[in-house]
Design a protein around this ligand. Structure first.
Ligand code: FAD
Length: 501
């Protein structure tokens, strides 16, 4: 096989963005993906003709001039994606024992007005909240598609707790819960989550919120087409097993079918721990390996996908987030009995947009719950039955989750045609993590540099990309694709091109 300029391990969003940028810069790119479908968390699956997203359900920042819009435009995505702008009130927060739907609005002004309408006594705190969110976003230059910025200002923002900040701007418990209400978007934890993770995430959706019609896999497919059109190659259904060294550099990758691919440069889109397991090079010091192996990762999830009976449930263009009183920052700490302490609800549109065809209900689940079946491995390309006890476990969890959701949506069961579930094992097997974690490493405001991962490794031609690097999500990993491309090429002039695309 011919030698490539760059080999990228994995076709998640970070890897694909990096592959696209390097292709545009003239590099011959080869991407190797262990699954049949590219995209990592952008993969979809179809059941009873309904498309379900495995991960991504909505994205932000896609109005002209906004950060993801500029990146997508430069990558040739904007003209080719089928997108749907969500309702002005795109997220609705549901609180235990409260009939109201608290509406999270697109647009700072609309957000401010709506919050002040709901919480008139909290006007000052609401304004301060919004000013701070914007200020924090400004401290992260690449988020604003700029390269210059003050490291001190950025680091100052990394040591602030999201929960404590929200508590500092209002004493109103309901407003506190509402402002944190969609924190499943970043696995918010009161003990750890820094304010910048909250700010960078919520700002993106408050700028504008979108659904990718026909599933997020469209994004991956277009990015794959771009790489092929530039003369690059995508090898699917093969796992990179080993990175072979020659002196201080990686020379080739050995794939699961025994073949080998040579390249000058290597980028890994899987976790740093996984990446380092692929090489025994002494350049990766034992202390670094240990740090990566023991890095705390975000919680995993249990997903219930529902196929609706035909024309039963009117389609709406917003999501719901529910949590129990006092638990919004502690939903991960559930017990078997009180699970789930919160959930998110996303709808799948039908062709005519009048009735929903399906619904996804998402709740946290810790990996330890599925440990009894940890030795099994089941994907489309490598099928294995996990057994009756596992099926019974999933059934019981689906019932428990439905019971909780029916407290707010009575009679939902009557509209169900069939249900399908995913557990932390599904995510582990499809995404290649050890524990099916949602968003990579835990970011901790008390130890802000502890889990930071650089795109550069001690092996000069091995780089890292994806959600372990800085921020998760489609926006976060697109930015990590930019960061890795800067590290690989030693240049950042394409950032300006993206800003002006
Ligand atoms: C349930 C869920 C809901 C989410 N909802 C949203 C949302 O609504 N909006 C949003 O913006 N974000 C959402 N996210 C987060 C977002 O999807 C992720 O942060 C992002 O897609 C991760 O991209 P990544 O580049 O880190 O790669 P990943 O998606 O982690 O992909 C890594 C890829 O590498 C492959 N791979 C791993 N090891 C190997 C190997 N050895 N050889 C070959 N291939 C390998 C994997 O198969 C996979 O395809 C969600 C995530 C989950 C799990």
């Amino acid at each position: 096989m011919k030698k490539f300029d760059v080999l990228i391990v994995g076709t998640g969003m970070g890897g694909l963005v990096c592959g696209n940028i390097l292709s545009k810069e003239g590099y011959q790119v080869c991407m190797v993906e262990k699954n049949k479908q590219p995209g990592g968390s952008l993969q979809i699956y179809v059941r009873d003709k309904v498309i379900f997203d495995s991960g991504v359900h909505y994205i932000g920042g896609l109005d002209p001039g906004q950060n993801l819009y500029q990146i997508f435009k430069w990558l040739g995505l904007m003209d080719r994606l089928r997108l749907e702008k969500m309702d002005p009130a795109f997220d609705r927060i549901l609180l235990e024992g409260d009939e109201k739907e608290y509406r999270i609005m697109q647009g700072y002004q609309a957000f401010e007005q709506e919050m002040i309408r709901e919480f008139p006594l909290e006007e000052k705190g609401i304004r301060q909240y919004l000013l701070t969110i914007r200020d924090i976003c400004d401290r992260f230059p690449l988020y604003r598609l700029r390269v210059e910025g003050s490291v001190e200002k950025k680091e100052e923002a990394m040591v602030v707790s999201a929960k404590k900040f929200i508590e500092s701007i209002t004493r109103d418990e309901k407003l506190r819960a509402v402002l944190a209400g969609n924190n499943m978007l970043y696995a918010g934890s009161g003990e750890e989550t820094p304010l910048y993770i909250h700010a960078l995430t919520v700002n993106s959706y408050m700028e504008s919120a979108w659904r990718v019609l026909d599933g997020g896999s469209q994004i991956a497919n277009i990015l794959v087409q771009n790489i092929r059109a530039a003369g690059g190659m995508i090898i699917k259904n093969r796992e990179v097993k080993k990175l072979v060294m020659e002196g201080t550099r990686v020379r080739s990758a050995i794939l699961s079918d025994g073949s080998s691919v040579q390249a000058d440069l290597f980028v890994s889109n899987t976790s740093p721990a996984n990446t380092y397991r692929m090489t025994d090079s002494s350049l990766i010091r034992p202390v670094t390996r240990k740090r990566m192996e023991t890095m705390r990762t975000t919680v995993s999830s249990f997903i219930l996908n529902i196929v609706f009976k035909k024309d039963r449930v009117p389609y709406f263009k917003h999501n719901y987030y529910y949590h129990k009183t006092g638990k919004v920052w502690e939903m991960e700490g559930y017990t078997e009995k009180d699970w789930p302490l919160g959930y998110a609800v996303y709808l799948s549109p039908g062709a005519k947009n009048e009735y929903a065809t399906g619904m996804t209900i998402f709740a946290y689940m810790r990996y330890e719950e599925v440990r009894p079946w940890a030795s099994s491995f089941n994907t489309v390309s490598s099928k294995q039955i996990r057994g009756e006890a596992y099926e019974a476990f999933k059934h019981q969890k689906a019932e428990q989750l439905l019971n909780r959701v029916e407290e707010k949506f009575p009679g939902l069961r009557n509209s169900i045609l069939r249900t399908y579930t995913s557990t932390p094992l599904t995510f582990r097997d499809y995404l290649g993590s050890d524990d099916g974690n949602l968003y990579g490493s835990v970011k901790d405001y008390q130890n802000p540099l502890g889990n930071l991962v650089s795109p550069k490794t001690r092996i000069p031609n091995l780089f890292l990309t994806g959600q372990y690097l800085n921020l998760h999500g489609i926006l976060g990993t697109a930015i990590s694709g930019l960061i890795t491309s800067i590290a690989v090429t030693g240049r950042d002039d394409f950032i300006e091109k993206i800003r002006n695309a």
